[in-house]
Design a protein around this ligand. Structure first.
Ligand code: BDR
Ligand code: CA
Length: 313
């Protein structure tokens, strides 16, 4: 089977971690490297978490740290959602994997340059690294096959009325990425809030019994406790949808829209504004995921995590 080369870029984060578990467990993806970004927690914490996740997964790929801050704004961290560590809830091994000495943008540029074929980027945090890459190396855009990202929402936000967290943290970066001319698959809140795992499914995952399944069940439980207070019946694992979109697109529904990012405005900074009616006469720049067959998604997730007990990690 021809595997899709990908680079994971994220701010783990419970749903980032689960997304990476699924990417690593899927035989059709070839993870070439990992870059970290500040988002859910400060960069030192998201990077430490990335190294711990790789150690748990026995995933030996280059990992590089992103910048300390978004392009222009100050960081926003969310210990109320992901805990003080950024990934509370599970006991993880100390890192056995060394952090690369090069920074995230340098690693991204190197991996793209070295690759014989275009690579898919999978950002599940603020888009700071991807924007910095495009600003520093516009010549590498043709080496990016597409970007499957978690961010935004064409109908609503979660951090403000209008803005989703990843886009709100670095709207200028998101603007650079959505304007880059590289194909985008946008897993925004429209679909990711439907990618919900219910408590009884968390127990099914725990019962798989392998160390990865146990960590995933504990992450889900922690993430659910936050969402429960907001009235959610389960844990929406937003970032996992950006990975699922590459592996099982047939379980999703999407629409192609021209999407712009609001970088100013008193109420709407960080909003992803879709031109639903084609008013601008522009070619769509994003395939926006709108719906998911939740049952099929959960079945795929459980099957992928079960495989870790069969020697995957
Ligand atoms: C996004 O924000 C983060 O807290 C999650 O990891 C996800 O990437 C959802 O808005
Ligand atoms: Ca994330």
């Amino acid at each position: 089977m021809k595997r899709i080369p990908i680079i994971l870029d994220g701010d783990p984060g419970h749903d980032d971690a689960i997304a990476w578990v699924l990417a690593n467990g899927s035989p059709c993806l070839d993870i070439r490297g990992i870059t970290t970004v500040c988002g859910n927690q400060i960069i030192e914490k998201t990077t430490y978490n990335a190294l711990r996740i790789c150690t748990l997964l026995k995933l030996e790929v280059p990992v590089a740290m992103g910048r300390r801050k978004p392009l222009i704004s100050e960081p926003i961290v969310v210990p109320n959602v992901h805990g003080e560590s950024g990934l509370d809830g599970a006991h993880l091994p100390e890192p056995q994997i060394r952090l690369e000495s090069e920074d995230a943008v340098t690693l991204l540029a190197r991996l793209l340059t070295e690759s014989e074929e275009p690579v898919t980027l999978v950002p599940t945090g603020p888009l700071t690294n991807i924007a910095a890459l495009f600003l520093a190396h516009p010549e590498l855009k043709p080496k990016v096959a597409r970007i499957s990202l978690m961010g935004g929402g064409v109908h609503h936000g979660n951090w403000t009325q209008a803005a989703e967290f990843n886009i709100l943290v670095d709207p200028e970066a998101a603007d650079v990425v959505f304007s880059a001319g590289v194909p985008i698959i946008m897993a925004g809140l429209d679909v990711t809030e439907k990618a919900m795992i219910f408590p009884e499914e968390m127990e099914q995952i725990r019962a798989l019994g392998n160390p990865v399944a146990l960590a995933v069940a504990q992450w889900l439980e922690f993430f659910y406790q936050f969402h429960k207070q907001l009235g959610y019946p389960g844990a929406p694992i937003h970032d996992a949808v950006a990975v699922a979109a590459l592996i099982c697109p047939e379980i999703m529904e999407s629409s192609a829209f021209y999407v712009q990012v609001e970088t100013t405005g008193d109420f709407c900074r960080g909003m992803t504004v879709a031109d639903f009616r084609g008013k601008l006469g522009k070619k769509p720049n994003a395939t926006v995921l709108m719906d998911i067959d939740r049952q099929a998604f959960v079945e795929w997730l459980i099957k992928t995590i079960a495989a870790y007990g069969e020697g995957k990690a």
